[in-house]
Design a protein around this ligand. Structure first.
Ligand code: PLP
Length: 398
């Protein structure tokens, strides 16, 4: 088992300039491990409000209070200059998101965290091939976490990368103590899922059939944000830090997030990781085309393209764009609207001191898979979808 991980860990280590890497069954699980190790319960963590809601629940499960950061409306990265001094002084950690692969300003955040004496934790789920300040995303923090469900499409697996290799033993023990045992049924479902999905794609599904697919767990969310269930969440809070009371929130989109992987799953994940460089090249290529279009962030195409996981095109009417794409059987995922402070409210998070730019970005960003760049641009132009203008965004006229 350990040796099955070792090969993948070694390959990931090579990508991160020799950083110690620990295999984890999911990025969210790696994040929980990191938050538990570096942050005392009751602490406050600066994070991005334009983010997967699962991450908010991981922070809550770790016994921490999320503090939402102001964002840059151009790409949804943390706007460090807009974080008030009083907010910095009160933090126990900074968590980056690197939304869609666009890096947060890690060198600046590293410097801030050093001065404050708090850890920087990088969520690099979307940013496996991105760089910032000449270094890979994930090489600035005390810890960084990666997801093999994104670029590699393995739908399982991830890494916790450590700045201090001496922590490997301790974090391996913490990981193993939290893993649930391998389940044969879950392994079988995982291995059969691509075949089931291919069959479903081949069928033109009716509404009823689509509902059945959702019930089977192949597509879990009815809406962009999962139902908050505020009363149940309030009842869970006093039990933090712990995963069990938060399981029904943390597991959304990936019920196997803390399952010890079987050999079949590891083999498939490893094969997917083998193909990563080709995937990154395709993402980089499509990113350049999308950012160079009328829907790209102004100025972004002048920088060397990153292999973005999704390219946030800026469109005037995001929902009309999603509908136009859906008519061509192109599904849009990874929309994070509304931002987490609007979604969860003050009972569960500190609101951003400047929510306007994040709200604008969340409303206008259309996350596009760069491998479908040409097809998407054709659909958007034919449907007369208009670009959104940054000059209309709060803080956008920089
Ligand atoms: C920003 C971000 N971080 C972490 C995760 C969790 O990754 P995983 O599904 O591997 O737990 C996601 C999932 O979509 C994500 O969008």
């Amino acid at each position: 088992m350990v040796s099955a991980y070792a090969d993948m860990e070694e390959r990931m280590r090579g990508r991160l300039g020799g950083r110690e890497c620990l295999y984890v069954p999911s990025c969210r699980f790696g994040l929980y491990l990191a938050l538990r190790h570096w942050c005392r319960p009751g602490g406050r963590v600066l994070m991005s409000p334009v983010n997967d809601d699962v991450i908010l629940f991981v922070v809550l499960a770790a016994g921490l209070r999320p503090v939402q950061a102001p964002l840059d409306p151009r790409n949804g990265s943390i706007d460090t200059a807009a974080v008030p001094e009083a907010v910095w002084r009160d933090l126990s950690a900074v968590l980056t998101t690197n939304l869609y692969g666009n890096p947060d300003p890690a060198p600046e955040l590293r410097d801030r965290c050093d001065r404050l004496g708090v850890p920087l934790i990088e969520d690099a789920a979307h940013a496996i091939g991105s760089t910032v300040g000449g270094r890979p995303v994930g090489t600035y923090g005390e810890a960084s976490v990666f997801s093999l469900s994104k670029h590699t499409g393995a739908k399982a697996g991830g890494f916790l990368a450590l700045a201090d290799p001496a922590l490997r033993g301790e974090l391996t023990a913490a990981r193993d103590a939290l893993l649930h045992p391998t389940r044969t049924t879950a392994e079988l479902a995982y291995l059969l899922r691509p075949y089931a999905e291919a069959t479903l794609r081949g069928l033109r599904l009716t509404g009823a059939a689509r509902a059945a697919v959702r019930r089977l767990g192949l597509q879990e969310r009815e809406e962009i944000r999962m139902p908050l269930r505020a009363d149940a969440l309030k009842r869970a809070l006093p039990s933090a830090p712990a995963l069990e009371p938060f399981h029904s929130w943390v597991r959304v989109d990936m019920h196997d997030y803390r399952l010890r992987p079987g050999t079949g799953r590891l083999r498939r994940t490893s094969r997917r990781l083998d193909r990563l460089d080709g995937v990154l090249a395709a993402h980089r290529d499509g990113t350049a085309r999308l950012l160079g279009s009328e829907y790209g962030t102004p100025g972004a195409a002048e920088e060397p393209a990153q292999p973005l996981f999704r390219v946030p095109l800026l469109v005037d009417d995001r929902d009309a764009a999603i509908d136009a794409l859906a008519r061509h059987r192109i599904t849009t995922g990874y929309v994070y609207d509304p931002p987490l402070d609007g979604y969860a409210g003050e009972a569960f998070t500190e609101p951003s001191p400047a929510p306007g730019p994040a709200a604008w970005f969340a409303r206008h960003a259309l996350p596009v898979d760069p491998r479908r760049a040409d097809e998407v641009l054709r659909v958007l132009r034919t449907a007369a979808i208009r670009p959104a203008h940054l000059s209309a965004a709060p803080g956008g006229a920089r």
